[in-house]
Every structure is written in structure tokens, then in C-alpha cells.
Design a protein around this ligand. Structure first.
Ligand SMILES: [Zn+2]
Length: 202
């Protein structure tokens, strides 16, 4: 489940020539959602970078690159579809099938790219745990936290820091936007030691 109030505003010029990840995408996704999804996959698939951190290697693979992210998504997401929902959740994973909702249109392609990695992790890294009361009234008791550094919420931080340190063709806006999301997601990790481990070792 992906539930964030955070929303960024980076815009991407849509291109039909660059490579995408090879995922099964439902034809029933509305055009505006499908376009944003395409931009996210284009962004991920074309990342060029150097060797990532140890945490990055454990979660996604060794190199910060489109090949790494696509092969990770292809292994853990069996299909991407669409569902109507009245909640704030804009992406969810049902046994490897990721569903997007209209709420995703309030996000940008970087948030969706990071969210796809988050959802892909649910396939094999399990679901969230209940947030303790010190996470605030809105989150208290909700299954919207993680208790491990290597987790779906932890992945936003790991992804962002690795783009910052190792991406060779990411724009400043893309790095800034992913870092903002990563720092926001870090607050969803229960346990100071896990958060410190992420900050030090990302
Ligand atoms: Zn989740």
C-alpha cells in the first residue's frame, strides 16, 4: 500500500523513443494514468549510474541503472492495472499485481517510479506494520509503517540517496524530488536504529 500526502511537481517531456521496462500493463488504464506510468517507467529504464550502496545491492541489485530497476520490477510485478478507489491510496499490490488509482494523478513521475519499487518490494518483502502512537494521530494504528531498514518505505530513501550519489544522468529536480520523498518515507520506519542505519549506509 502506498499512502502519502506528499506530492511533487516535476514534469517530464514524454518521449516514445526511449526504452521502457517490459511489464504487463492493462489496456484498461485510463490515458492520463497510463501516460504518467509510461513516464515513470521511462525514467527508471533509462537511469545510468555507477555501483550503488550495499543496501541498494541487497534490495534492487548492484548498479544504479535502468537494467537493475527494470529487472527488479519485471521479477516482482506480474501486471499493472487500474482500480477506482475513494481512499488516498494510489498504488497497491495484490500478490504481485499492482493496481493504480486516479489518486496517482496528484503525484509526479518520480514519486510513481519510487512507488513502483515500493510496491514491487511487497511481493517478497511482506506488508507494512502498524504505526505506533508517536507517528502522529493520522498514522497511529494504521498499517502504514515498516520496522526494518530494508523495507518498502526504506526503499524510497535508499533509491533517492543512490540517485543522488551514483546517478550520472538524473537531473537536479529528479534528485531533489526523490530525496524529498525519501526523507518523508524515512519517518515511516519504526526504530531509531533502523533510521540511523539507513542514514549511514543507505
Ligand atoms: Zn506499501
Amino acid at each position: 500500500m502506498f499512502l502519502f500526502t506528499y506530492s511533487a511537481s516535476a514534469q517530464k517531456i514524454y518521449s516514445t523513443e526511449q526504452r521502457r521496462c517490459n511489464l504487463k500493463i492493462s489496456q484498461k488504464i485510463p490515458t492520463d494514468v497510463a501516460t504518467l506510468l509510461d513516464q515513470s517507467l521511462e525514467f527508471l529504464a533509462n537511469i545510468k549510474g555507477t555501483k550503488g550502496s550495499r543496501a541498494h545491492r541487497k534490495l534492487f541489485g548492484g548498479t544504479v541503472s535502468g537494467e537493475t530497476y527494470c529487472s527488479f520490477l519485471e521479477k516482482n510485478i506480474y501486471s499493472i492495472g487500474y482500480s477506482l478507489t475513494s481512499s488516498d491510496v494510489f498504488a497497491s499490490n495484490f500478490g504481485g499485481s499492482v493496481l493504480l488509482s486516479d489518486q496517482v494523478l496528484q503525484k509526479d513521475y518520480i514519486v510513481l517510479a519510487s512507488a513502483l519499487l515500493h510496491e514491487a518490494l511487497h511481493t517478497n518483502y511482506g506488508s507494512h506494520v502498524k504505526c505506533p502512537s508517536n507517528k502522529g494521530e493520522k498514522l497511529k494504528g494504521k498499517n502504514a509503517c515498516d520496522n526494518k531498514a530494508l523495507s518498502s518505505y526504506g526503499s524510497h530513501y535508499i533509491f533517492a540517496k543512490n540517485l543522488e550519489k551514483h546517478c550520472l544522468n538524473c537531473s537536479a529536480t529528479e534528485i531533489e524530488s526523490s530525496l524529498e520523498l525519501g526523507n518523508h518515507a524515512l519517518k515511516r520506519i519504526i526504530g531509531l536504529d533502523s533510521r540511523i542505519r539507513l542514514r549511514l549506509g543507505y
